[in-house]
Design a binder for this molecule. Structure first.
Ligand code: GLP
Length: 239
């Protein structure tokens, strides 16, 4: 696992550059995408690169990590809506090739299908991750099995509280989500994780302690051969 400490702007440009060079090498790459505030700057840089004619998403397929349970795709806080407004609506990706785990089909079969669909496309080439202050990745909360595939999650109080800033009140935050599992994420060929801001300093410190435990889901990334952590000075302040 490689740690790069950069400014926020440098992080966004560096990840954009990695994706741009992947798309030049492999125009039909499979991207694993994340929501939350962490990847927004990367998406902005990708849109700029697309508008400048440097890259095209025309042959790209994407799989998102997670989705709130109970919010439809046109709800402003749904992750489908987030992806449309922060990236998909501004580039030439075909919406039919963008996937967000569905909240409609509540059957075990369906969730297996999400992992199988990723496999059928040849697996995720490049996965972007953020991290929750409690170490969750996607919506894999502490205690999630390292063998987990896409599944329904009961969100922890701390996650509901962290994410309430996007809703009018904490009571509006869904208490369940559908999330790719830790095994689904570990199957990606390459992973970058963005860890920025003072409120992530403890999470980065814990990740860098190298202790691997389901109490801190992101720690499983130590077992992956190709992970880069992109952190800023504030997040790195406790190292
Ligand atoms: C949510 C998402 C995660 C994300 C995390 C951190 O819980 N499900 O995928 O990494 O929030 O979000 P942020 O980047 O806004 O700090």
């Amino acid at each position: 696992m490689e740690l790069k400490i950069l400014t926020l702007n440098e992080i966004n440009l560096a990840i954009k550059d990695e994706i741009a060079s992947l798309l030049r090498r492999k125009p039909n790459a499979i991207l694993g995408l994340a929501t939350g505030s962490s990847p927004i700057g990367v998406y902005d840089e990708l849109i700029k690169a697309y508008k400048a004619g440097d890259i095209s998403f025309n042959e790209v397929t994407s799989f998102n990590l997670d989705e709130y349970f109970g919010l439809s795709g046109d709800h402003p806080q749904s992750y489908r809506y987030f992806m449309n407004t922060h990236l998909f609506d501004h580039v030439d990706i075909l919406k039919s090739r963008t996937h967000v785990p569905s909240i409609d089909k509540n059957s075990e079969d369906y969730f297996e299908t999400y992992d199988n669909k990723i496999k059928d496309h040849g697996g995720i080439d490049f996965q972007i991750l953020g991290i929750g202050s409690n170490g969750h990745i996607a919506f894999n909360e502490p205690g999630t099995s390292f063998d987990s595939l896409t599944h329904i999650v009961d969100l922890k109080e701390s996650t509901i509280k962290d994410n309430s800033r996007f809703f009018n009140s904490i009571s509006e935050v869904p208490t369940k989500a559908v999330s790719m599992g830790l095994k689904s994420i570990m199957n990606a060929k390459q992973i970058v994780i963005i860890i920025t801001g003072k409120n992530k300093a403890n999470a980065l410190k814990r990740l860098m302690s190298k202790e691997i435990s389901t109490d801190f889901p992101a720690s499983i990334l130590h077992h992956h051969p190709k992970v880069t952590i992109y952190a800023d000075q504030e997040a790195a302040s406790l190292l």
